[in-house]
Design a protein around this ligand. Structure first.
Ligand SMILES: NC(=O)c1ccc[n+]([C@@H]2O[C@H](COP(=O)([O-])OP(=O)(O)OC[C@H]3O[C@@H](n4cnc5c(N)ncnc54)[C@H](OP(=O)(O)O)[C@@H]3O)[C@@H](O)[C@H]2O)c1
Length: 232
C-alpha cells in the first residue's frame, strides 16, 4: 500500500486515477477546488485547494509520500493574434508554476519513499504543431522541459515523468466535444479512430506511479490513439 498526493481527483482523468488507486487499497490525499469527503471511500482524504499554501500547512501530508500527480491544466484554443501576454502568464501559472510549487512542498515527504514518482500532464499538442494551441503548447512544453531537468536532478531518488494525452472525454474538453458530430470528426483524426476515455490515460499515470515503471524516468508517455506518431 502506498501514499499518493493527487492534485485534482474530482473530475476527468485524475478522478479515474483515484478510482484505480483506491481499488488497489492505496491511500490518496486529494486536493481540488471542489473537493468534499462526502462521497469518497475512507482511504481518500480530501482537501480544498486553499490548503495549497506555500509552504504547505504542517502535518497535513503523511511523513512518506510515494507519488505526486499534478492534474490542473487548460485547453484554451484561440488564435495567436487574439491573445495577450497575460493569457500566456495565466496559463503558465496553472500548468507550470502550480506544479512547481506543489512539488517543492512535497519534496521532503517524497524523498523518504523507496519508490517516489512524480507524474505531470503534458499534451499531444507539444510534439505536433496544431493551430490555435499556442497557449497550452507553450506552457505544457515548459512542463516537458521541467520533467527532464528534474528527472536528472532527482535521480536516483525520485522519478519524474509525464503523460501526453490527445483529446480525452472529460469536463475540460467539454467545449471541444460538445456535439456528436464534433466527437465523430475528432475521433476520425486519430489512427485508433476514437478519442480517449479518462481510464485510458489514468492507467498510464498509474503505471508511471507504481513499481512496474521503476526503471523509467524523464519520459513523456504519449497516450493519444496514435495521433503523435502515425500517418495512416
Ligand atoms: N482532456 C483532454 O482532452 C486533455 C488533453 C491533453 C492534456 N490534458 C491535460 O490532462 C490534465 C487533466 O485534464 P482533465 O481533462 O482530466 O481535466 P479536468 O476534468 O478539468 O480535471 C482537472 C482536475 O483538477 C482539479 N483542478 C483544476 N484546477 C485546480 C486548481 N487550481 N487547484 C486544485 N485542483 C484543481 C479539478 O477539480 P476542481 O475543478 O474541483 O478544482 C479536477 O479534479 C490537464 O493538465 C490537461 O491539461 C487533457
Amino acid at each position: 500500500m502506498a501514499n499518493y498526493l493527487v492534485i485534482g481527483g474530482t473530475s476527468g482523468i485524475s478522478a479515474a486515477l483515484v478510482d484505480l488507486l483506491v481499488k488497489e487499497q492505496h491511500e490518496v490525499f486529494l486536493i481540488s477546488r471542489s473537493a468534499t469527503s462526502a462521497t469518497l471511500p475512507p482511504q481518500v482524504k480530501a482537501f480544498g485547494a486553499d490548503i495549497l499554501t506555500d509552504p504547505f500547512p504542517e502535518d497535513f501530508l503523511p511523513d512518506v509520500l510515494d507519488g505526486l500527480v499534478y492534474s490542473p491544466g487548460s485547453i484554451t484554443l484561440k488564435s495567436f493574434k487574439s491573445l495577450r501576454v497575460e493569457d500566456f502568464l495565466d496559463d503558465y501559472e496553472v500548468n507550470v508554476a502550480g506544479a512547481v510549487k506543489t512539488l517543492q512542498n512535497s519534496l521532503p515527504a517524497l524523498k523518504k519513499s523507496e519508490n517516489a514518482s512524480v507524474v505531470f500532464f503534458s499534451t499531444v499538442a507539444v510534439g505536433v504543431g496544431m493551430p490555435y494551441h499556442s497557449l497550452v503548447s507553450s506552457s505544457k512544453g515548459a512542463l516537458e522541459g521541467l520533467v527532464r531537468a528534474l528527472a536528472a536532478e532527482f535521480a536516483p531518488t525520485i522519478r519524474v515523468n509525464a503523460v501526453a494525452p490527445s483529446l480525452t472525454d472529460t469536463p475540460l474538453a467539454q467545449k471541444i466535444l460538445s456535439t456528436d458530430e464534433k466527437k465523430a470528426q475528432l475521433s476520425e483524426k486519430h489512427p485508433l479512430k476514437r478519442i480517449g476515455t479518462p481510464d485510458d490515460v489514468a492507467h498510464a499515470v498509474k503505471f508511471l506511479l507504481g513499481a512496474e515503471s521503476c526503471w523509467i524516468t524523464g519520459q513523456v508517455l504519449s497516450v493519444d490513439g496514435g495521433l503523435s506518431t502515425l500517418r495512416i
